[in-house]
Design a protein around this ligand. Sequence first.
Ligand code: SF4
Ligand code: SF4
Length: 532
Amino acid sequence: MPTLTIDGKTVTVPDGTTVLQACEQAGSPVPFYCYHPGLSIAGNCRICLVEIEKTPKLQISCYTPAAEGMVVHTTSDKVLKARQDVLEFLLINHPLDCPVCDQAGECWLQDYYMNYGLYNPKFDEAKVKKPKAVPVGPTVMLDAERCILCSRCVRFCDEITKTGELGIFNRGDHSEIGVAPGIELKNDYSGCVVDICPVGALTDRDFRFKCRVWYLNSTKSVCPGCSMGCNIEIHDNRERTQRPHVATGARVMRLKPRYNAEVNRWWMCDTGRYAYTAIDEQRLTTVQQRNGQGYQISTWNDALDTLASTLRRLRDARQLDRVGIILSTQMTNEDLYAAKRVAQALGIRNLAVQGPARPGKHDDFLMKADTSPNTRGAQALGLSLDAAGLFGRAARGELSLLYVCGPDVVDTYGRSVADQVQQSVELFVYQGSNVGGSSQAAGLVLPAAVYAEKDGTFTNDQGRVQRIRQAVAPLGESKPDWKIWTELAAHLDVPVSYADASAVFAELASREPAFQGLSYEVIGDAGALLKA
Ligand code: SF4
Ligand code: SF4
């Protein structure tokens, strides 16, 4: 545990800490490009130079171990001049095309130039030309002229995905990043190289030129793509959402990984990263009731009346065993709990949760075969996962009302079984967010909000309960599932009512043993584990 002095402040740090990390702890952060806490140390960008007393030359702080008694200066004249020189050196061959660069606004060259540069450039020779706008794989575009050769992207492919697609080719000022002939940057985590590239050399082909980054809102959430529950930021277009009369176009522009030491650290997979399009595309936005062969637009009030009167009639006839409710492992803990409470209050026992239609890709890094974000939450709430049994009963004509909330059962069980169900039951209700086989087969369609449109929690496969937060308003007439269940309860005079998702969670945590002691405050940004 060495104790050192940094800019006059004394700080004691764990053994193995570098001077750069010690500077951060002491509140004197130094700039860096090539250093990344999740990668090996390259020490090649030189911008993290600091002055260490009794050492003749400036030292790179990312590679220098903190030692007992060190006296470090991060803002001495010598250090500031060196930083300026390093920046000027890095920018010698840079095209300075910020106005047309998609990284502008989140570029570390721009930031550091404004913070530490502000020099008068002395270089007036011709700049070295390199390839621009080269697609190096399906997700990433390379502009070799903007690259500062920090090697973060190369180390990511060597050390994290171990796929090694990227390398540095040629020598001297002709060195450039690239892929070997016939090779593509095409691993399951390729988008991460864009996240860690500190400049505009690697940009996201999906996001490029869609929106200037200063128009983006950022909301902390969790990826619903699998049971890993990677922490993310949802970036939506502030300019568009401030102009609600603009009726078309996507609201969510991109997803970015958010650091969580216990879950995904700095990374996320491409499957999760690019699945955001379902937030705005092919959405169910109106309440619909089947009218002969087609559908007519209905109102929430009429639709819930239809559903409530069917339920009331079956209850009065003591036939609630002919009611089946299928929920989804895509639903939040709050949604599942609200559905369970209403079903319990009515005396409906046929309640089960449907998992994903088919397993996804699994690896030993982040991706999980279970493509649901909340299987563990459904289990912790004591819900049965035997939806197939319930669906089979509906197909055999043993149910009068099938209420499917979330999963596309047609995708899971096939069109012909779904047709059988549709003919066998009196009322087939589908409550979901996107158009699919189930919304086309059901007699009553209730539009539900997606994860980016509501507050709530998912429980990942570690048993970590994590918050999702509303980034954009529910599209059209869609509503969060927990809210639809609350409104149905009101139509049935069932005393289950919540003002918001946090009220649902507060009751859930007080009644469900696995969630005891948890609250939105306790969960915070990093999540909290279920009770063992
Ligand atoms: S492309 Fe970006 S991450 Fe890769 S070496 Fe160049 S600047 Fe660094
Ligand atoms: S590993 Fe799973 S949770 Fe993480 S980004 Fe990919 S799909 Fe989303």
